[in-house]
Write a protein of this length. Structure first.
Lengths: 229, 229
DNA sequence: GCTGGTTCTTGAACATGTTCAAAAGATCGG
DNA sequence: CCGATCTTTTGAACATGTTCAAGAACCAGC
């Protein structure tokens, strides 16, 4: 497959151009006609290569999707930088990050469903919980860590430590909702975000109440034990 | 396709036997060798009919899965009756219902992943949120309604009304976890249930605290607005 | 510039879900 | 019992993801 030298000077290598040609062609076709209607034969033909060649670089149609996912992730990360730079309020930071995901992903909404279809299978490398998507997942969690870190939110340390992953989970939930949302202009998903974020904010601030504190501590404990079990 | 008379005397009709033969054969093969490795040709051959005949009754391989899903749902509902009859404590009722789902589904754990793969696609009739699975979904929510109704749990009316659906959502989450759980004897999923249920119980009882009450009322409001939007 | 190996490319072949036109069987009025 | 109509059954054909053996292109070392 790939050798060590590939990593260093792959940028100029011949095959690397083919690889990118195939990927960009695939992404374009996915966008233009959806994932399901785009055949591997069509991708190959459009890119001017043979079917087998596409498989030489991407071992399956799903892998092309995986590449798209990484692409999306990267775009989102870039988009968040500006947002996080100029805002201290926690709810606003969170809203901004979630909204920007929506914007970045919008062109793909139609065929995102098919994406999640693959993602839901545990053994699939596309699953957001899989080993293969660990880098993308950790990058995403990192974004939420920044949302928390740079904000004015005051929280007990233990909860604060787990919060980024919880927010990531929240985003997964929103994405799931988004995938099923066929309302005009994604109105319902926007509504979900605008109404959920302030609620989360208030919930988090509730941890100051003594009676609540204990439950939260336990909640954090449960999360930790499940993660390591 | 089907005429009105079908509904009434279909039980004895010739074709109905074929339909059931195909379904039972399919389910057996699914269990024996997994969904992916079971081909439509194999199902047809094993049932002693032609491939086209299988499609005459089940318009796709996924539809056979749908039938299995209904089957599972029904088994779970039956299993819960006994549990709910002899227990008043809310956490115990909830634990019992969740555990029994685990038991009923256990033989299918291995290929359940593939099932959820199909289920995650929004347009798929298999999606737990789809129109087609509304009956199964409502039956399931109904079970959780009974968990709440027959329990000693004291709650504000508005929250109590939404709780069954929230619990159903919780189960979806557990199922998602379960699908990814490959620990010995499903240890981690059991752990998730045993540690989450008491927490939910405590969280619900927290609604008595005035400061919490307001947030919960708003939460319920958000849920309602999202549902109807 | 030859040679041996590595990388890249090809297209035919395969596996499997799905469709469909045609045939076979069942039902029923006359 | 006949023919018409509806239901059921068939199997070949099709679409498409995937594999693979073979060859082409390329490159490093002599």
């Amino acid at each position: 497959m790939t050798t060590l030298t590939d990593v260093t000077d792959s940028a100029t290598a011949k095959g690397e151009q083919t690889r990118e040609l195939i990927l960009s062609t695939a992404l374009r076709l996915f966008r233009e006609q959806g994932y399901g209607k785009t055949t591997m034969r069509a991708i190959a033909a459009e890119a001017g290569v043979s079917v087998g060649n596409a498989y030489y670089y991407y071992s399956s149609k799903e892998h092309l999707m995986q590449a798209y996912y990484d692409h999306l992730q990267e775009q989102h990360r870039e988009a968040t930088v500006a947002i996080l730079a100029g805002e201290k309020s926690f709810p606003k930071r969170l809203t901004g990050v979630l909204r920007s995901w929506l914007e970045v992903s919008e062109p793909y909404h139609e065929f995102a469903g098919t994406f999640f279809k693959s993602a839901a299978e545990p053994k699939s490398p596309l699953s957001p919980f899989s080993e293969q998507s660990r880098p993308a997942r950790e990058a995403s969690v990192e974004t939420f860590r920044q949302v928390v870190e740079g904000s004015d939110l005051k929280l007990p340390a233990d909860l604060r430590a787990e919060l980024p992953e919880l927010l990531w989970l929240m985003q997964m939930g929103i994405v799931l909702f988004w995938v099923h949302d066929d309302s005009k202009g994604l109105r319902r998903t926007h509504l979900l975000i605008t109404s959920t974020v302030p609620l989360v904010d208030r919930l988090l601030r509730l941890t100051r109440i003594p009676g609540v504190r204990g439950v939260v501590t336990d909640l954090v404990g449960v999360i930790r034990s499940i993660k390591t079990a």
